[in-house]
Design a protein around this ligand. Sequence first.
Ligand SMILES: C[S@@+](CC[C@H](N)C(=O)[O-])C[C@H]1O[C@@H](n2cnc3c(N)ncnc32)[C@H](O)[C@@H]1O
Length: 200
Amino acid sequence: MERRPEAVGRARRATLDNGAVVEVRHCDARSTGLPRRAFDLVAATMILFITPRPEEVVAEAVALARPGGLVVFQEGDIVAHTCDPPLAAWERLLEALHHHARQRAIDVHVGRRLPRLLRGAGLVDVHVEARTRIQHPGNDRRSGLPALIDALGDELAGPLIPTRSELAELRAALEQHLADSDTTVYSPMYVQAWGRAPSP
Ligand SMILES: C[S@@+](CC[C@H](N)C(=O)[O-])C[C@H]1O[C@@H](n2cnc3c(N)ncnc32)[C@H](O)[C@@H]1O
């Protein structure tokens, strides 16, 4: 399930290329229109950390699972996303991202809340695992932060980074730091949590 048409197209092409038997639906994960209490497994990855009111997505996922069915979420928590040596530009950009997210009721720390969200939605037997990874030079994900900054563009400018030129300077400092193979980059914390829909 995906709500952006271009991402739906990409996913359909990828599944065709892989020969996978997958139906990609264009819909909102908060109201899928799929049958209730019907699925053995409901899984979602990396959606709540960009979604306001994540509990609505969790509630829908739980409603789709059959009694005893498994519901799995994998989400990010920006807490671990850091680098060494430290970089002032990195900290400023992250602060601006936090501010931007808060204004939109988005929780960049939603990963840590997953077990609570799943229990709150009625799941039982809830488990959780978490890890961070090293984003080595050459790994696409190492440029995740500059890519996110580019995607947000002028939206990031605000009280914390008042001018475009300041944003450009911070981004350039970040790019230079990431290009240095002696910089160690830690991914966001990835949290996987799962539980079962209660049996009657
Ligand atoms: C970070 S990407 C993750 C994509 C994929 N799940 C993965 O793990 O590779 C997040 C995707 O969730 C989609 N998305 C966000 N909110 C959504 C919603 N309420 N319903 C359906 N898709 C949503 C976005 O359009 C975006 O393509």
